[in-house]
Design a protein around this ligand. Structure first.
Ligand SMILES: [Fe+2]
Length: 403
């Protein structure tokens, strides 16, 4: 990995430019990616450490290109494409694929949604993904995040591992915490992260081998229900029973249905009786983005067991039993160092979204990954975001000659 580390320094210097601030930025990057004995891992490190960003708000993209100040006085008259606000939103979104409108003065999520729709157009019904999501009442297709607040959510694109995705994502902030960085979301510039990772052995390995996505579904007949983290709160159930997923109690029927979707199936004995259904699916780590006319990285360790590293109830479940796992496309495992390097690639290009109530952020789902550290509230604090999913598209994976 020594070559990767050297490449990281070169790439970083190229990105930030050779100005007087390069040195301090370089130090930040080095702090973000500490290394010992030519390893990017900390001494004794056993899990992936996310760092989210380098600590400089303007290091990845000039904030003037994506920030919009509503000056506390956005009205309904501003909430259309031809208003000055609408024009500014579209100009900035077309430029960098990201807009964060702060200081909106909006107190109604329905108005925030209208604002986001200037950029997002048609919304998509939520059909799948890693977490179950409840619909916000009276808000059309605005969803809850669908994960426990205390769980860190690794950088990811809202791309299902099989064939579907959405063009854009909208976040509407209803309640925010004004204490340090508590409750901030982060986005990572995937174009820069891609360009960096392709200078490393990991990027080349991902390109050459592709990925294998493993999914595990529990057996409803098992006496030990490892899927139920909290019986009073079904939204915290992170496993699906295979009987539920395939709507049958017959394993042969379930297997046939999975084969139809291109999944390979294995049955793994489950503690408490019965068998877990384990499926494998093979796919590129990259996706062609028409607006950029190039392939970029569209996957992260969010599809691996690490997704649950800080989830209450499941963080103590061994990796090999977690609902998600990922291998290279030749079924070889990732090393911890490779997982850390992949995480670092996103963290190097992270941009924070420090929330205030009323804020709206819209991002291109392929140009940016999104994520957040775990959130631990103090009594009296609230942090609540609604999520909107933009137009649906079919993944086309990569195109020859577009690297
Ligand atoms: Fe997400």
């Amino acid at each position: 990995m020594a070559a990767a580390v050297a490449a990281s320094q070169i790439s970083r210097a190229t990105v930030v430019g050779k100005t007087s601030s390069t040195i301090s930025k370089s130090i930040n990057a080095q702090n973000a990616i500490r290394r010992t004995n030519n390893s990017i891992l900390e001494p004794g490190q056993t899990v992936v450490i996310p760092r989210w960003w380098t600590g400089r708000y303007d290091a990845v993209c000039d904030p003037a290109r994506f920030l919009v100040d509503g000056q506390g006085k956005i009205t309904k008259a501003d909430l259309h494409a031809n208003s000055d606000l609408g024009q500014e939103l579209q100009h900035k979104y077309n430029d960098v694929g990201l807009v964060h409108v702060h200081n909106t003065g909006l107190t109604n999520m329905a108005d925030q949604r209208t604002l986001a729709r200037i950029l997002m157009g048609e919304e998509t019904e939520y059909e799948g993904g890693a977490n179950p999501r409840g619909r916000a009442a009276d808000l059309g297709n605005v969803y809850d995040i669908g994960a426990p607040l205390e769980a860190a959510l690794a950088y990811h694109h809202e791309v299902t591992y099989k064939s579907h995705s959405v063009e854009s994502l909208g976040f509407l902030c209803k309640h925010a915490v004004q204490r340090d960085q508590v409750g901030w979301s982060f986005v990572s510039d995937s174009v820069q992260a891609h360009d960096y990772i392709m200078t490393t052995p990991l990027g080349q390995k991902l390109k050459e081998k592709g990925l294998c996505f493993v999914r595990r579904m529990t057996d409803a007949t098992s006496e030990r229900d490892i899927g139920a983290l909290d019986h009073d709160n079904p939204s915290l159930t992170v496993y699906n029973h295979w009987q539920q997923s395939w709507m049958t109690n017959d394993p042969e029927e379930a297997e046939a249905a999975a084969h139809k979707q291109g999944l390979l199936v294995e049955w793994v004995p489950q503690v408490g009786g019965g068998h877990m259904m384990q499926t494998r699916y093979y796919k590129s780590a990259f996706e062609y983005v028409p607006g950029l006319d190039r392939n970029i990285m569209a996957t992260s360790i969010a599809d691996d067991g690490e997704w649950f590293d800080s989830w209450p109830g499941i963080k103590d479940v061994p990796q090999e039993l977690r609902p998600l796992e990922m291998y290279f496309g030749d079924d070889t495992p990732f090393t911890l160092e490779e997982k850390q390097a992949w995480t670092d690639a996103y963290d190097m290009f992270g941009i924070p979204l420090p929330w205030q109530a009323g804020d709206v952020a819209v991002l291109c789902n392929l140009r940016y990954a999104h994520g957040r550290p775990g959130i631990h509230l103090l009594p009296g604090e609230q942090r609540e975001l609604g999520v909107m999913l933009g137009s649906f598209f079919e993944r086309q994976e990569t195109k020859e000659g577009k690297w």
